[in-house]
Design a protein around this ligand. Structure first.
Ligand SMILES: Cc1cc2nc3c(=O)[nH]c(=O)nc-3n(C[C@H](O)[C@H](O)[C@H](O)COP(=O)(O)OP(=O)(O)OC[C@H]3O[C@@H](n4cnc5c(N)ncnc54)[C@H](O)[C@@H]3O)c2cc1C
Length: 389
């Protein structure tokens, strides 16, 4: 399968690369330092029309995951947080596109694609992150809808979102468990409280917050998909297929760390010569470049497979491999880049420690890299039967 960029994708790459260098890069350090939501960067992405990129032409998009990956890679190269703004906008869009009814799509998707609306996805709870089946938030069916109760953590974008897609265990009137479902909860719904922002190691510019749901009423029409939980599975599968986007952010991050490392070692002198002339540094850089290119090719291949309509186990395996490999590479490359900076790598005066901190985040979010390895091993060996608890 070919995963060369076509003309449209090259144009997106050129445009985003230029904007990233001219407008995003100068803001990156400050966004990280203050941890304040970069509204100016959101407005920039909105003005560029980038919120629709992966989605069908009827929403103004390219219909190409590879195009989306290219855009995220270029932003991630200079500012992880601005790349993140695109991804957090795409996640609720992708969820409603995959699992929402016609009415839900008509209500939410145009606003998400224009940037007039923002959303968030909330699955993780204090006692369960990787193990989604362990969530405790409930949605009890009543006369015209559901009443939600529970507590969530790490809901990214919640503080600016117009709505949150909340995962809950759906119960009927007799308390029988029907399935896990996603519910569209308006940000200002009575009983929903967004808690204090996490003080994070990385990804600092796009806040993640706890949510508290205290008898929040959600109309029946705001449940995504059938009550049996089928909608949740469809939505999660669609989000799994879009995982190459997260991997592209890791590739951009690795490339950005390389860019900074090259500039530093070409200007730093030790023992009377440029640091870039030491064999040990040259080989280290060669490994960084080699691994990053391998990760890029893997991500482009995964995205091209999704664009060609690959689904199911084959897609899940490729998407997991791309996310796991690219984010492990980003962590290794960022670690080596800090090493090349010497003590300057530890100082907040220099940009490289930001790459190191952001790289750690990508190994954990969107399914930890252990969970990705489980997906890959399951694809190869079949699933291990769980012992009864
Ligand atoms: C910056 C950031 C933003 C986030 N944004 C969101 C968001 O918007 N919405 C949302 O719902 N969540 C969000 N999360 C939460 C994220 O999805 C979870 O942190 C992640 O799924 C891991 O869950 P956990 O932290 O509970 O770790 P656990 O599931 O408790 O895992 C702990 C450790 O055990 C390992 N482990 C767990 N199960 C297995 C297994 N079966 N095999 C091998 N190892 C295993 C894990 O890999 C990890 O190393 C965000 C997290 C971060 C850091």
């Amino acid at each position: 399968m070919s995963y060369e960029l076509n003309e449209d994708q090259r144009q997106i790459q050129d445009l985003v690369r230029r904007v990233a260098r001219e407008k995003v890069a100068p803001r990156a350090a400050e966004i990280d330092r203050t941890g304040e939501y970069p509204q100016d960067m959101f407005d920039l992405l909105k003005a560029l029309g980038l919120f629709t990129v992966p989605f069908p032409a009827e929403y103004g998009g390219t219909g190409s995951l590879l195009s989306a990956c290219v855009a995220v890679e270029e932003l991630g190269r200079v500012c992880y947080n601005t790349g993140y703004l695109l991804v957090v906008q795409w996640i609720p869009f992708g969820a409603i596109l995959a699992g929402g009814s016609g009415a839900q799509q008509a209500r939410w998707l145009p606003g998400l694609s224009s940037g007039d609306l923002r959303g968030a996805l909330s699955i993780t709870e204090p006692q369960s992150g990787s193990d989604v089946s362990g969530i405790k938030t409930t949605a009890r069916r009543g006369a015209d809808g559901y009443v939600l109760n529970g507590a969530k953590i790490w809901c990214t974008n919640a503080h600016v979102a117009d709505f949150v897609l909340v995962a809950a265990r759906t119960l009927d009137e007799a308390n029988t468990f029907l399935g896990i479902n996603l519910f569209i909860v308006g940000r200002h719904a009575k009983g929903l409280t967004v808690g204090r922002e996490e003080d994070k190691l990385g990804a600092r510019g796009v806040p993640s917050c706890p949510l508290f749901l205290d008898d929040v009423f959600v109309p029946a029409g705001d449940r995504l998909g059938p009550e049996s939980g089928e909608g949740f599975k469809i939505t999660m599968e669609a989000l799994n297929s879009s995982r190459p986007i997260v991997a592209a952010r890791a590739v951009g991050l690795a490339q950005g760390a390389i860019d900074h490392a090259i500039e530093f070692i070409q200007n730093r002198v030790a023992f009377g010569q440029k640091v870039s002339e030491f064999q040990g540094m040259r080989w280290m850089l060669a490994d960084m470049v080699m691994k990053t290119e391998a990760a890029r090719q893997m991500v482009y291949r995964a995205a091209s497979m999704a664009d060609a309509g690959t689904t199911g186990r084959e897609m899940a395996q490729m998407a997991a491999m791309a996310k796991c490999f690219a984010s492990d590479v980003a962590m290794q490359v960022a670690t080596d880049a800090v090493q090349m900076f010497g003590a300057a790598g530890i100082s907040a005066e220099y940009p490289i420690n930001r790459y190191f901190r952001d790289a750690k985040v990508v190994q954990i979010i969107e399914g930890t890299n252990q969970i990705q390895r489980n997906i890959i091993a399951d694809s190869v060996l079949g699933r291990v039967k769980r012992q009864p608890r």
